[in-house]
Design a protein around this ligand. Structure first.
Ligand code: MN
Length: 494
């Protein structure tokens, strides 16, 4: 873990009213400062929590929440009612709030002090009903928000707060994401298509196309010195397992051009399309992989939605050591004792998923009709992970997430020239596949070993898109009913 998420700030706004007098309000502020300090010293809270003075009336609430909107470092607002804060006072502020909202229902004091408790104690420690008043107004206003209840020092509450923060970081980054399309979608493929204007409105993604010729001009302009520097970078993270250095240098050339262009234009994600390479000599393989390793989102075949999701999930987990990257369901192991799915892609599997030092290989690629592309291969990580995809249902976006268990790769697969990731999907290979297929989930997805489904569920709720979860609880008949009902719900929501 590093501190990469500390730059995202969450305002801790505690509500009250003037009824209690200045002494109680001073105590509320003191408690809230102690809690903020506790949150900031706990590694399960990945972002920074910012103390805000207690808000006592409609004007203070409005001023605080609109200031949160205007602060570019603020990624979300956390509210808590230490005392009772009549919630009509919150309507004006909540009507204006544009940042993600988390309501924690907690209490400064963990246990009831049986022998000392009096009415002063009761009036100070009354979130049990103050937070219910707050809950009514968030429900009544149909606010998109998350509620987490628990003692503020408990590991469970803090871990869940941390997950919600990751989701809010995803939303924050989503709303300023620019996606580079190199060419269009692969011909005839349906699932990689979608409404880019709707994606801009819902997710904030600016999805811009450049012709392959534009990229080729930049690739040709790369100097030998720039290629040398990129080769030196490869040497620090990969092992060379080929004599065809010229092929590797060509990938370095492609990467230098793409990296410079994306940095200059503020792109966070990109896609390629093997059907439209024009005079590019290789499909970007190693180039795409190394850019993903450095945090760029990527997907193949014109899949701008998965490229964007890849970027967002990488930014949600930028402080984590475990990997996140573009994935494609490829081949099943239908052994009834050992049902597994093997994910891969024709080249572009993210090195952040590696369990060992990746090796650079140059092997022919039957698809794309160009020179043999360099790529890195490796055995992948194992452990709990999620697979996520976003599809366009025509009237809404749907996110589908499957809990999986990443498997240790026991076989060497000497004839397979790409990295593969093995997983057992929950609840079983067959049920998860049926659920994913009924839900219309894409063959492209993003795998992450660094988060669980609650983060993605929170993200989908913040972005106001449909969310379908496939995990241990999934029952196919219930899931099919959920899909049918959701169709009606989302038509009414429009
Ligand atoms: Mn693909």
């Amino acid at each position: 873990m590093n501190n990469a998420l500390k730059k995202y700030e969450f305002w801790f706004v505690v509500g009250s009213q003037d009824l209690y007098g200045p002494e109680v309000l001073r105590t509320v502020d003191q408690h809230s400062q102690i809690m903020v300090e506790g949150f900031n010293n706990d590694p399960s809270i990945p972002c920074t929590v910012v103390f805000k003075p207690v808000v006592r009336n409609s004007n203070e609430i409005y001023a605080t929440l609109t200031a949160a909107n205007a602060d570019p470092a603020c990624a979300g607002v956390i509210t808590w009612m230490h005392t009772f804060s009549p919630s009509k006072m919150w309507i004006r502020g909540f009507n204006a709030l544009q940042k993600p909202l988390l309501h924690i229902n907690t209490q400064f004091n963990r246990d009831i002090p049986w022998d000392k408790i009096d009415m002063d104690f009761m009036n100070l420690n009354q979130s049990a009903h103050g937070d219910r008043e707050h809950g009514f107004i968030t429900a009544r206003m149909r606010l998109q928000h998350k509620v987490i209840s628990g003692y503020w020092e408990s590991e469970t509450l803090r871990t869940r707060m941390g997950k919600w923060m990751r989701a809010a970081v995803g939303a924050y980054e989503s709303r300023q994401l620019r996606v580079l399309r190199i060419s269009d979608n692969m011909r005839d493929v349906a699932v990689t298509e979608g409404d880019k204007v709707e994606a801009h409105i819902k997710f904030g993604w600016q999805v811009d196309h450049y012709g392959v010729e534009d990229i080729i001009r930049m690739v040709e302009a790369v100097t030998e010195e720039e290629i040398d520097a990129k080769m030196a970078e490869y040497a620090t993270v990969y092992e060379m397992d080929t004599d065809n250095i010229q092929a590797v240098r060509y990938q370095a050339r492609e990467e230098v051009a793409l990296e410079k262009f994306m940095e200059k234009e503020g792109f966070g994600a990109f896609h390629t399309n093997f059907q439209d390479l024009q005079q590019l000599r290789q499909l970007p393989g190693l180039a795409a992989q190394n850019l993903m390793r450095k945090g760029y989102g990527f997907a193949g075949e014109g899949d701008w939605k998965t490229a964007a999701l890849c970027r967002i999930m990488k930014l949600m987990t930028q402080d984590c050591e475990k990997g996140t990257g573009f994935m494609e369901d490829y081949t099943y192991n239908f052994d009834p004792e050992n049902g597994m799915n093997m994910g891969a892609h024709m080249l572009e599997v993210c090195p952040s998923l590696a369990a060992e030092t990746p090796k650079i290989k140059v092997v022919p690629l039957g698809i794309g009709d160009r020179e043999d592309p360099a790529r890195v291969t490796f055995k992948a990580q194992s452990g709990p992970a999620v697979l996520a995809t976003i599809v366009d249902m025509g009237d809404r976006f749907r996110m589908i997430v499957n809990d999986v268990e990443g498997q240790v790769q026991e076989h060497d697969m000497p004839n397979l020239p790409v990295a593969g990731v093995l997983w057992k999907p929950l609840p079983s290979l067959e049920t998860s596949a049926e659920a994913w297929i009924y839900a219309g989930g894409a063959h492209h997805s993003v795998i992450s070993f660094a988060i669980d489904e609650e983060v993605l569920r929170d993200f989908a709720e913040i972005m106001d898109i449909e969310y379908i979860h496939i995990g241990n609880e999934t029952n196919i008949n219930e899931l099919r009913k959920e899909l049918t009902w959701n169709d009606l719900v989302w038509k009414l929501k429009k």
